[in-house]
Design a binder for this molecule. Sequence first.
Ligand code: PLP
Length: 392
Amino acid sequence: MTTRSDPRKGRIETRLIHAGEPERRIEGAVSLPIFQTAQFVYAGEGSYHDIRYIRLNNTPNHEALGRKLASLEGAEAALVTASGMAAITTSLLTVLSAGDHLLIQDSLYGGTHDFVTHDLGGFGITATFIDADDPSSWESKLTPRTRAIYVETMSNPTLKIGDLKSAVAFARRNGLVALIDNTFASPMNFRPAEHGFDISLHSCTKYLNGHTDIVAGAAIGSKDMIERVRHKLNHLGGTLDPHACSLLWRGIKTLAVRMRQHQDNAMALAAMLEGHAGVARVNYPGLPSHPRHARAKELFDGFSGMLSFELKGGLDAAQRFLDALTIPIVAPSLGAVESLVTLPAVTSHAGMAPEERRRIGVTDGLIRVSVGIEGTEDLVADFRQALNRAVA
Ligand code: PLP
């Protein structure tokens, strides 16, 4: 399928809509049709990975998404997977083999943390956690078999921002593959390939889709690297169904307008929370009080819609706060049009040992907010009334 010329040109708002589209509209269809067919007629493909079959990630829906995602992050190639975890685990198993060693950020999405601590060892792969904000401590953790370094753009749920530039420089110096989970920033705010990362990973379940109706993932990088990940994925079987591809395709197109409202709402909420007497701490990179606000300003085009905060009354006050909210939904996941709130200690980070959890700042009463795109004044008013009731 030929594609529209030069999809990497133009502003990201334009590329969200037009990049990756077929050059000639299929049967004149303005919206890319869903190719709901498991296999395609054999057309002389020379290799197993080129046979057109949903699991082999090469239907028109997969390929169009790959082109669009690559264009959004200024990378050569991309592929979509059945979930964010499928993208993360498949990519790690692509670049690591038995005997290899991984350096990985200590404050991580809980699922990634659990995979590293519970599953990687079974493949004969070892890992050492690092403080992503302290590059001077990394060298001593290198081993002759260290092959990769893995960080998150903004860590979940404490919104720490590691030294991302040093992570890439360290990888180059030591011949490592640099991977980054870019879910929280989204391509609107950070494009890892532009900074030298080898693989950018997404849970497309979150901002890229944005509508709480599918689970999906993506890996984005150089042509060679993504081809390696695709071959591994073809064996592991974590492809994305064409129907879900189509929903993701639709969701991506509105990312720019959604992200603008997410960010405006998050900034307004963070400022209100920081000024409230019942709040002990607010974590939002857009606040000048964030310890890495200057770094976030330098690296990112926006601060995204995720924040977390702690009430002075701990877990009991947090529970009262959640009960008093009327607009946000108490539910896991993030990046959706509706505001979502959780207590990470009992949801995303429940699998982590309590001491380890506290060490990375996930206290029992920490409240994480995925700020939606509702009316700003409505959200601020709702949070304020819930705070006043929770800490009265
Ligand atoms: N990465 C981050 C930062 C996440 O928050 C999540 C899920 O919450 C994942 C990866 C995993 O994504 P999925 O649930 O789509 O497998």
